[in-house]
Design a protein around this ligand. Structure first.
Ligand SMILES: Cc1cc2nc3c(=O)[nH]c(=O)nc-3n(C[C@H](O)[C@H](O)[C@H](O)COP(=O)(O)O)c2cc1C
Length: 373
């Protein structure tokens, strides 16, 4: 019998060959002006060749004000970007997968902005902990400027323009990054959002910007065949252990507020699906998301283990699973799963000291040299 992750799945009008997605992974390897390179196209195409049904891009910045998170992050704000992303979507589609672009506004967690902007977020609260060396940052985060209503309009306009550009570049859809501590998650989180306007206070108010981004993209692109997914998480890159303060009750309100999305993707940042998934009502976060929204849900977090992946899908906790590090170590994971082969374990040195493609290429070269020595 086939592994449940290898069964086809209908995502709106598109039949996917399986339920396996590549999770978004920033590689800070674009040109200085944010254009993705031919090497990046090869990198994404490899996952499609390996059999993944969906290839989700790394977080791509959405405007030339405050959205950029890291130097050498790819953007989708210029014609040059659109052209280069077009080659990537072609390569991924030709190999049989659906390309999705993750749209990301870093907000207060920006550690590099080539347009010379400082940082901006919901409120002037210094983020916890420090910038991440592996992504080219160092030292404490600056205190962000509190966004004005005009700044928020600009954020929305950036997401809409980027979604239109992603569609023009041949992407099957976009994923709105509202996870891991970046701008939309800063709005969701009481300790980074002390606003007293319609974007602060209640859970519904804090989730309003994410819902507004989804609605604005849907208005601009009414075609139901174009996916508008959303990614959420409890943990953050600078606060792995964070959990929604009101547990399942808060989770249900957040999910209901973003339920216009095509799918929900729940990130397991910093911990596996198993550790982060169980809520205080005894339900898993992904099962709750499915129940509340009746939309497809993607589970994530250390799910390369075939038995665990089978359980997550087989027991109805999620419809699809995404692999980050498991996919890095096994770009051909679906092909391996189909043959009953054990996946290769992820080696952290692939992403250390930097998360760049160059770092992984050096790691690969060392491995090849060691095996032929
Ligand atoms: C190098 C690296 C970069 C990442 N960049 C992003 C990103 O751009 N957007 C995002 O939503 N998550 C990002 N993540 C989180 C992953 O998508 C995923 O949630 C996390 O790695 C846990 O899944 P895994 O156990 O399958 O790796 C990144 C993770 C890694 C390892």
């Amino acid at each position: 019998m086939s592994h449940p992750a290898l069964l086809p799945f209908d995502l709106e009008a598109t039949t996917l060959p399986n339920r396996l997605a590549v999770a978004p992974m920033s590689r800070v390897s674009a040109e200085e002006d944010g254009t993705p390179t031919a090497e990046i196209a090869d990198y994404y195409a490899r996952y499609a060749q390996g059999g993944f049904g969906i290839v989700i891009s790394e977080g791509v910045y959405t405007d030339e004000a405050y959205s950029q998170g890291y130097l050498n992050q790819p953007g989708i704000t210029t014609d040059r970007h659109v052209k280069a992303w077009g080659k990537i979507s072609d390569a991924v589609r030709q190999a049989g997968a659906q390309p999705v672009m993750q749209l990301m506004h870093a907000g207060a967690l920006s550690q590099g902005n080539r347009y010379g902007h400082s940082t901006a977020g919901p409120s002037a609260v210094r983020p916890l902990r420090a910038m991440m060396d592996a992504y080219g940052g160092s030292g404490p985060w600056p205190v962000p400027k509190a966004m004005t209503p005009k700044d928020i309009e600009h954020v929305l306009a950036g997401f809409v323009a980027s979604a239109l550009a992603a569609r023009a570049a041949g992407f099957a859809g976009v994923e709105v990054h509202a996870a891991n501590g970046y701008l939309l998650d800063q709005f969701l989180t009481p300790y980074t959002n002390t606003r007293t306007d319609e974007f602060g206070g209640s859970v519904t108010n804090r989730a309003r910007l994410t819902a507004s981004v989804i609605a604005a993209i849907r208005d601009a692109i009414p075609d139901p065949g174009f996916w508008v997914g959303v990614r959420l998480s409890q943990g953050k890159v600078n606060d792995h252990g964070y959990r929604w303060e009101q547990g399942a009750e808060e989770a249900a309100l957040i999910f209901a507020t973003v339920s216009d999305a095509t799918y929900l993707h729940i990130a397991g940042e910093g911990s596996g699906w198993e550790e982060g998934a169980l809520l205080d009502n005894g339900e898993t976060i992904t099962a709750l998301a499915r129940r509340v929204t009746q939309k497809p849900v993607i589970a994530n977090g250390n799910l390369a283990d075939a038995d665990l992946a089978a359980r997550v899908i087989g027991e109805g906790h999620a419809d699809l699973i995404s692999l980050g590090r498991g996919a890095l170590a096994n770009p051909d994971y679906p092909a391996k799963l189909a043959r009953g082969m054990e996946p290769t374990a992820f080696d952290p040195a692939m992403l250390s000291p930097k998360v760049t493609l160059a770092n992984t290429a050096t790691w690969n070269a060392r491995k090849v040299a060691a095996s032929t020595a």
